[in-house]
Design a binder for this molecule. Sequence first.
Ligand code: GLU
Ligand code: ZN
Length: 489
Amino acid sequence: MSVRVRYAPSPTGNQHIGGVRTALINYLFAKSQGGQFILRLEDTDRARYAPEYVQNLYDTFKWLGFYWDEGPDVGGPSAPYVQSERFDLYKKYAEDLVRMDKAYYCFCDSERIEKLRQAQIAEKKDEIGYDRHCRNLSAEERARKLAEGKGYVIRLKIPLDGVTRFRDHLLGEIEWKNEDISPDPILLKSDGFPTYHLANVIDDHLMGITHVMRAQEWIPSAPLHKIMYDAFGWDMPELCHLPMVLGQDGHKLSKRHGATAVNEFRKAGYLPEALINYIALLGCSYEDGRDIYSLDELVSLFKLEKLNKSPAVFDYQKLEWFNGQYIRQMSDAQLASLLRSYLVDAGLRPQNDPRSDNMELAAMPLVKERLKFLCDAPSIMAYLYKRLEMPAIETYIPKKADAATAAALLGECATLLEQYGLEDIPSIEDRFRARAVEMGKKLGDLLMPLRVAITYTKVSPPLFESMKILGLDESLGRIDAAIRHLKGA
Ligand code: GLU
Ligand code: ZN
């Protein structure tokens, strides 16, 4: 039987790291088995649903670059893939369970349920939950209430004793005492809407899902689902609950630790490839000790056995490192085209401008090593587009020197540049080195005021290459401006 797995998010928030990891593991498993990866929208919680979360879901995965084979937007043989479009189906199956005596109508109104809850709290009962009041209503009582037009929910009959067993691929055999399962959970609400449990089990069955891979926080639902699969006489898909993703303090990863929403990483200038690579390695060991894997390589190497049982710790610094690696791996043309929107947004260049395109292409070797995030590009590259505000005079002055010396050093630099030009960088560097020796100076001291004059900072991309991109005239103009600045003119 061909593998079919699904990612089944509830569109009640933006996509975050935890969800993407669940989706990615499902995807890698499906593709490594030649199977299908399905998206199903579990939008039964209408109060917390918002259409922008669905849009965010699509945008996120398009940006990440791995996508489902079947889903609401791409269609497929198990359509519709949105639970709110399948409501009639759930009702029918819930009624089937009632007929099979595996579920029952509960006519308790919310007032009674609330009173019950208050009483349980007052009595300090460990178990807060439904008291199974309607489980044993006689057929007559039931018929009477229905005839009266009383509203009802449908509840699942959890066996009163015994245990429920199931196997989890990672965690092995799991045994759950039935008395520890929430007493008779609601499957169908009074408005005819299904709960998560009902819709999830029916859809996994009808969509032919072979493996359910989801976060470990869903384990408590598994015994309940097992009871439902047994009640319907269906096979339960194989379960594989994924270890949690924690922050470095050992708590579940959350906003307190930093960005968790994927669009925040995207805005901050992370590359999708870096994010995917890092997330794939979270709690998953690939033997050969390598770090950098393409999506295709991850697919070909993926095995469920490689997943760790213990929680994974999300390390923001490690992710940063991955991002830097991916930036350096890119070709100049690729990187330049990715940076374009950041440079346009920073007002450094117009959208369509071949001159800027050419300049940026030439500048890529200078900035590639320095970029950790795409969004760093405008601040690193601004000096290549325009003159910036000149820093305070001290910035230009080498140790144990004064403003007049710095201005004189700049004068020397200008003379050398006028004489030898910028065509051949190694040879002009030699000229500067030789001149520094003649002057009894260190090359660093000669170049320091020049670097500030050209780039406006003491730490910058390579200096001679920068001047070459700016051109001789502009470089000399900046030197001249700096000299006047130093002389207080
Ligand atoms: N809708 C659930 C969620 O939001 C799906 C859990 C599952 O995969 O069964 O994560
Ligand atoms: Zn009841």
